[in-house]
Design a protein. Structure first.
Length: 297
């Protein structure tokens, strides 16, 4: 099967832009030339990859899968070529929060032990998809990834918190329960959400409304339109002047995972994961150890 890099670049661009014209412009080729490349790829594979009309361009199911693989292959190639000249950063991505309060201490420890491997951090609406497309080397996930192509390890169980407007009557409380939120409208993010109506008992579920991202989630809560439930790490990464975060005493914790595309693309991923596990284990041990009080004299 004679498939060339130009075929993969063509499909990657078409999938990104959902337009033959825009994809051709991004690749600096003519539209007829790009169409011929796509036709050639489909003939060699014997499968339709793109459904296209005069008004609409969409990837088929096989096209969607190959589009993700194409991004990963092309990114891995670009990375390998770049690493031949100089070491590449380890790309870390997350949707709402990295490791919460542990993020900065952990990254400082990484920098001290691996000064030659810079960590490049980027937020992504779908970090799992970013791994599959080769746009990230490692991701912090608060949902379990699907498929054997994503490896992952559990790092910690993180408590949930409620988010309410500063002037909401519940904001004066020290802690909340899920029952306290039953009569409220709960904002649920459409991307990488860890909270849904099924968090509540079926007989006492609140109204929910979908929001597209973290900015909209925070704004909706700050204006008093909704309340929210999220992982505790979100309160560290997303402070907001109009939002109060409060512990939820009866909600199940969220498992925080580090994930990577298998096989691992960056040579430092194993060391990164090992240090994260050691760092969090040491932090947990320190927090659990009893404090020694100085005697009064």
């Amino acid at each position: 099967m004679n498939v060339e890099l130009r075929h993969l670049r063509a499909l990657a661009a078409i999938g990104d832009h959902r337009s033959i014209t825009a994809a051709a412009q991004s690749l600096h080729v003519t539209q007829p030339a790009l169409s011929r490349t796509l036709d050639q790829l489909e003939r060699r594979l014997g499968v339709r990859l793109v459904e296209r009309t005069t008004r609409h361009v969409a990837l088929t199911e096989p096209g969607q899968r190959l589009w993700e693989h194409s991004h990963r292959i092309l990114t891995s190639l670009d990375t390998a070529l770049a690493e031949a000249a100089q070491p590449q950063p380890l790309r870390l991505t997350f949707a709402w929060a990295a490791l919460g309060e542990y993020t900065i201490p952990f990254l400082r420890e990484w920098r001290a032990e691996h000064p030659d491997v810079r960590v490049q951090i980027r937020r992504s609406d779908d970090p799992e998809a970013a791994l599959r497309r080769g746009e990230a080397d490692v991701a912090v996930l608060r949902t379990e990834p699907a498929g054997a192509d994503i490896g992952h390890v559990a790092l910690l169980d993180e408590p949930r918190v409620a988010a309410v407007a500063d002037d909401h009557p519940l904001a004066a409380r020290d802690t909340l329960t899920l029952t306290d939120l039953t009569g409220e409208c709960v904002a649920v993010c459409e991307t990488a959400a860890t909270t849904g109506a099924d968090l509540w008992p079926s007989s006492a579920r609140p109204r929910t409304v979908d929001v597209p991202g973290v900015v909209e989630w925070l704004t909706s809560i700050a204006t008093g339109t909704t309340v929210g439930v999220t992982a505790a790490g979100s309160s560290h990464h997303n402070p907001h002047p109009g939002v109060t975060y409060l512990p939820l005493t009866d909600a199940e914790p969220i498992t925080v995972r580090l994930a990577w595309a298998a096989p691992a693309a960056h040579p430092s991923i194993d060391e990164f994961i090992a240090l994260a596990r050691r760092h969090l284990a040491a932090t947990a041990a320190t927090a659990a150890s009893p404090r020694t009080e100085r005697p009064d004299h």
